[in-house]
Design a protein around this ligand. Structure first.
Ligand SMILES: Nc1ncnc2c1ncn2[C@@H]1O[C@H](COP(=O)(O)OP(=O)(O)O)[C@@H](O)[C@H]1O
Ligand SMILES: [Mg+2]
Length: 406
């Protein structure tokens, strides 16, 4: 995760956060949410701002679960973070005493450590912890925010596979869902850069049919609005103590924001690079700095991530017209190569025509499904006439150069 900024310096998310708080106060069955956005758009920043400035009536826990690889560690993290909100466990007698004894954890320096194999089992511990949170202050809403949950589920699925039990990741999701149904004052936010649909598909191949998140409305987090992005650009340039030169120097903040697609992360990086030049900067410096970062084989912005993950996201193959098979990843790369060099939004038929001229595909449906997946995975966006194009011009530009397409 990127280093987080002071919530007071977060630009342009006030309306979104107001809308989120409103949504969280809806009835329980609509009140839990999923945040989706390409990485670096600012999901974690929205959540840390909410955690730092919670709305009255909410008890809120923000949990970064990306690195967690077992259900016991997940429960342990939740328990420790929930501790200050649970009924006074230090007191000699409380209704919660039995629970603290039952989980068999030990407390050292204020941190509860669960035994290797928890006496109660992770599922019961999870249920009991959340029940404790919800019952302790029944008039408040308990909000649990899980950042990058799909990464955790993938890790758990990968490690438990070796033990012969593939379902633990899915059991976590199902348990969280039944807890949401049981407690009227419980809400959750799941945030993810990688689509939960990829993880669920992988799990369901061998597992029970479960729809653990279909009752959690999806909130798409977008790049900043122009007005806010411009404010951030001016702020970042001023923070680098940059001075400007050239006839068109007034355009510098706007150019910075446009080339970064109004994504704060890239805006910060560009401003940082400009700062290193150690001289007054021109509009041309902004262009050439971005160009240098995008073409460098050191890949300072880790753009190769967008190419590497194609094989992971689109694994498997489809039959071709000759009775052979073609990998889905290969079809996806061909499609993105086409979008990279095309400035006009493309209909499904246009893409089908182009791909069919390059690969011996027989089934148009493959392209229909692929475009849908590329849309869900934030590579593409589609307009109301169902025409697709790259979602982010910055990534389009990188893809075009990285693939040597001119
Ligand atoms: N609204 C914002 N205002 C200012 N800076 C932001 C904003 N959102 C994100 N950033 C900057 O971009 C970085 C990456 O954002 P982050 O929230 O970690 O993205 P994500 O969680 O979607 O990957 C942050 O560490 C912060 O420096
Ligand atoms: Mg994040």
């Amino acid at each position: 995760m990127a280093k987080q900024i002071d919530p007071k310096n977060v630009v342009g998310r006030d309306d979104l956060i107001t809308q989120i708080w409103r949504q969280l106060q809806k009835p329980p069955e609509q009140g839990s949410l999923r945040f989706t956005a390409e990485r670096r758009i600012g999901k974690t920043t929205v959540m840390t701002k909410m955690a730092a400035e919670p709305m009255d009536g909410f008890d809120l826990l923000f949990l970064e679960v990306e690195g967690i690889e077992s259900p016991d560690r997940f429960t342990g993290l939740l328990l420790n973070r929930a501790k200050p909100l649970l009924p006074g466990h230090e007191k000699a007698k409380s209704s919660f005493d039995d629970f603290w004894v039952a989980i068999g954890g030990t407390e050292l320096g204020g941190i509860i450590k669960l035994p290797e194999k928890s006496k109660l089992g992770w599922q019961a511990t999870l249920e009991k912890t959340i029940e404790g949170l919800c019952q302790h202050r029944p008039d408040n809403i308990v909000l649990l925010m899980f950042d990058e949950l799909p990464y955790m589920l993938q890790k758990i699925a990968a490690t438990t596979k070796a033990d012969g039990d593939q379902h633990e990741a899915l059991t976590i999701l199902d348990t969280l869902r039944s807890l949401r149904q049981r407690h009227v004052n419980l809400r959750m936010i799941f945030a993810s850069s990688v689509g939960l649909h990829h993880v669920l598909r992988g799990l369901k191949q061998t597992s029970l049919a479960s729809e653990p998140v279909n009752n959690m409305p999806l909130i798409e987090i977008h790049p900043l609005e122009v007005e806010h992005a411009l404010r951030l650009a001016n702020h970042l340039l001023a923070a680098e103590q940059l001075t400007f030169t050239g006839d068109d120097q007034d355009l510098i903040p706007e150019r910075l924001m446009l080339l970064a697609d109004r994504v704060p992360f890239y805006m910060e990086r560009i401003a940082g690079e400009l700062g290193l030049l150690g001289r007054p900067i021109s509009l041309q410096d902004v262009n050439s700095t971005v160009q240098r970062q995008l073409t460098s084989d050191r890949d300072p912005w880790e753009m190769d991530h967008f190419r590497d993950r194609i094989d992971i996201y689109y694994h498997g193959s489809v039959p071709d017209a000759n009775g052979q098979s073609i990998s889905k990843a290969q079809v996806a790369r061909h499609a993105l190569d086409h979008f990279a060099v095309t400035d006009e939004p493309q209909t499904i038929d246009q893409v089908w025509g182009v791909i069919r001229s390059q690969l011996p595909l027989a089934d148009r449906q493959v392209i229909v499904q692929l475009l849908k997946s590329l849309g869900q995975d934030h590579y593409l966006t589609c307009d109301t006439e169902k025409r697709y194009s790259f979602r982010f011009p910055l990534i389009q530009q990188w893809w075009k150069m990285a693939q040597g397409l001119g």
